[in-house]
Design a protein around this ligand. Structure first.
Ligand code: DQA
Length: 144
C-alpha cells in the first residue's frame, strides 16, 4: 500500500505560522512522523507540499496508479478550489481531507469545503497528530 501525504499552501510555514492555531511542529517533522508511522503500519508514505494550486492538481493526476490513497491538507484551497475537487473526482482518488485546526470552530469562510464532497472522510481539529490518525483511517478504508 502506498500513501501520498499532500500539503497545500502555507503549510511549509508550519511551526512558525500562527503556532497558537497550528502548533510548533515543523513540516519536515510532520513528514518524518508520517513516514515513520507508515513503516510501523507496513505502508509506504510519500510526502509533498506545494503553494501552487496547479502543481497540486498535477500531483493528484499523477497519483493515479502510483498511490492507493491521499491524505490531503489543501490549506486555504480547501475553501476555494473547484480545480482540486475536479482533480479528485476525475481521477477517482481516495482522499482523506485533513485540517490541523477545527475549521468548523473558526471563521465562517472556513466552514465550506470543496474537498469534502469528494473525500471519503474528513479529519479536523486534532493538531498535527491528525496526520497519523488520517493515515490509519486511510489504511482502514483501503483494507475495507
Ligand atoms: C488548514 C485550515 C485552512 O482553513 C487554512 O487555510 C490552512 C490550514 C488546517 O490545517 O487547519 O491553511 O487546512
Amino acid at each position: 500500500t502506498a500513501i501520498l501525504v499532500l500539503n497545500g499552501p502555507n503549510l511549509n510555514l508550519l511551526g512558525t505560522r500562527q503556532p497558537e492555531v497550528y502548533g510548533h511542529t515543523t513540516l519536515p517533522d510532520v513528514e518524518d512522523l508520517c513516514r515513520t508511522h507508515g513503516k510501523e503500519r507496513g505502508v509506504s508514505v510519500t510526502c509533498r507540499q506545494s503553494n501552487h494550486e496547479g502543481e497540486l492538481v498535477t500531483w493528484i493526476h499523477e497519483a493515479r496508479g502510483t498511490f492507493d490513497g491521499i491524505v490531503l491538507n489543501a490549506g486555504a484551497y480547501t475553501h476555494t478550489s473547484i480545480a482540486l475537487m475536479d482533480a479528485i473526482k476525475g481521477t477517482e482518488a481516495k482522499v482523506v481531507e485533513l485540517h490541523i485546526s477545527n475549521v468548523h470552530a473558526r471563521e465562517a469562510f472556513r466552514h465550506h469545503s470543496y474537498i469534502s464532497p469528494v473525500a471519503f472522510g474528513v479529519m479536523a481539529g486534532f493538531g498535527v497528530k491528525g496526520y497519523t490518525l488520517a493515515i490509519d483511517a486511510l489504511i482502514a478504508h483501503l483494507e475495507g
